[in-house]
Design a protein around this ligand. Sequence first.
Ligand SMILES: [Zn+2]
Length: 352
Amino acid sequence: MTSWQLNKDGRSLGQALAFAALVTAALTANAQEAGAQNAPPEREITNVTGDLYRFRQIRHIGMFLVTPEGIIVVDPTNSELAGWLKVQLDERFGLPVRYVIYSHSHNDHASGGEFFADTATFIGHENMRANLQRPPEDAPLLPREQLWDANGDGLIQENEIDIAMYSNNFARRDSDGNGGLNRAEIWAARFGGNQVPPDITYTNRATVRLGGKTVELHYTGRNHSDDMTVVLFPEERTIYTVDFLTPNRPPRTQLDGGFLPEWVDSLRRVEQLDFDIISPGHESPGTKAHVTEQREYLEELVGAVEAGIAEGRTREELMESILMEDYVHLIEYDYSRALNVAGAYEILISNQ
Ligand SMILES: [Zn+2]
């Protein structure tokens, strides 16, 4: 089902498809002029199954479930998208958002909740509370960050880091302008912002019931973050997973902020859940086979990097030699493979 079927103007599917074809032709003409043929719309809503939908802006995706008593939104994402979504939900369904569920506290998925704060209860994993607290300016660097701190001054200068999240816009990240990032400034890159904090937190598992429908929240352990929720829609046999599990794509770049080897165990717990469809926070939906593939990818990566560390190999040597050749078909393999090795090396060696 496409977003066109959401229109409430009485168009039949056939009419909608004919209209969509006309619009597509017009868009294609415009896109060709702009040199961006087949570019998807900037924002859209698509149906997964039943009353369960994905909403997307560029490469970030959240979900919502419609019930007779209101709507459950998962990951408001950012203020621009959440404001657009609120208008869409009001127009299409005329129902209030009763719950906002968070996948995790990172600012590129958990922002925008202010648009629903007047009607919704916010729910997330208990570790979100601490993660949303800005550390003091004199908080020590984390063990992995200490690896980067080559001159040992307790700050990360621009030439000490090769992770784009920090090295891009370095001057903006360095909010006190002293030429180095402290723990609080590093925290702000992912966690800073105005996320509405959760009203309710849970530890291992929680269930939300609304309008005769059920949503389950599962904590499967530390992975991309330590506050990650897998959202399971049991009647729709669908899970929503963000950043730690993307079908057909390895985790992005240096696995910054991630936890190894626990990430592998977390994927193993997802394999035990009862579902058919993964609807991810990035990229396209997949199946349970994609969970197994991701777990095997990460298991091989961790095993190879651990073996390399035991042999005394350097990070750079392992980036050259660990090729993950069974996974060349994955999206962004060329972009992330060597960076995944570098990140796994840093995480594993700083755990020692
Ligand atoms: Zn994240």
